[in-house]
Design a protein around this ligand. Structure first.
Ligand code: SAM
Length: 245
């Protein structure tokens, strides 16, 4: 369990869609929808997303699926509720939540990066498995695996709904470690024209593909496969793991 969620998901969650805007997710959401349609067996009506955050992916996928959105942060879930009032929202930890229901599809996007040990990864995939109907599909999309990881710096931000800019700095993991650090500095422009800076450390997990595939197996999911799909717009590679219950 991380000691605490990053400030971006708690104190300043209302700024999340200024860090990363819903419209920026349209192309990748289309890729996730196409992958689901290509690999699913049987109906694809209900979709559970674990770690749905502010619901940026959901704002696109909800056209195709009846979505239930789970997140650990009540503040992020509130942002998603505003954006996606037609979706069901629940607060819970992807490693432990049990809803007593099964869905056609279970999806985990970048929130899986907060699984900082192979045990946590296995627990999250077990949650996916127990909420997936027999022969249903699980789709998990980490930002990268150990094979594709590279240290980086970046910056960005938007003027709406609140003006903010950020700098991010992703560090190489210590040798042999399954975690890495991304440090952020956010510059938030306040309504009175002053600016506030916030420093935020995100501790994330990174695993090699064999560890991922073993975690799917241990979670009781079968036919696990790994695919890389590239965004047409900027060449960003997306790492897709697909498996069946
Ligand atoms: C980058 S945001 C997800 C954004 C999302 N992809 C979207 O489309 O808006 C990461 C989310 O993971 C959530 N999270 C972190 N650990 C979690 C856990 N153990 N269970 C559920 N959610 C978790 C955080 O609260 C945060 O909302």
């Amino acid at each position: 369990m991380p000691a605490r969620l990053p400030l971006m998901y708690t104190e300043i969650a209302a700024w999340f869609t200024s860090l990363t805007a819903p419209e920026d997710y349209a192309e990748e959401a289309d890729i996730y929808h196409a992958a689901i349609q290509q690999h699913a067996h049987g109906p694809t009506v209900t979709l559970l997303e674990l770690g749905a955050g502010a619901g940026n992916n959901a704002s696109h996928l909800k056209r195709h699926y009846t979505m239930t959105l789970v997140d650990l942060s009540p503040q992020m879930s509130a942002e998603s509720r505003n954006q996606n009032p037609e979706c069901e929202h629940l607060i819970g930890d992807m490693r432990t939540i049990r809803l007593g229901r099964a869905f056609d599809i279970v999806f985990i996007h970048d929130a899986v990066m907060y699984m900082t040990s192979s045990g946590d990864l296995e627990r999250a995939l077990t949650t996916a498995a127990v909420h997936c109907r027999p022969d249903g599909l699980v789709l998990v999309v980490p930002d990268f695996t150990k094979e594709s990881f590279a240290p980086s710096t970046g910056h960005g931000g938007h003027d709406h709904p609140r003006p903010m800019r950020y700098l991010e700095w992703t560090w190489e993991p210590e040798p042999g470690a399954d975690t890495f650090v991304t440090d952020y500095v956010y510059l938030l422009r306040m309504p009175d024209g002053t600016a506030r800076t916030v420093y935020d450390r995100h501790i994330c997990g990174v695993f090699d593909i064999p560890t991922w595939l073993a975690a799917f197996d241990a979670a009781g999911l079968r036919d696990a496969r790994f695919e890389i799909v590239t965004l047409d717009s900027d060449g960003t590679p997306l790492s897709l793991f697909l498996a069946r219950r």
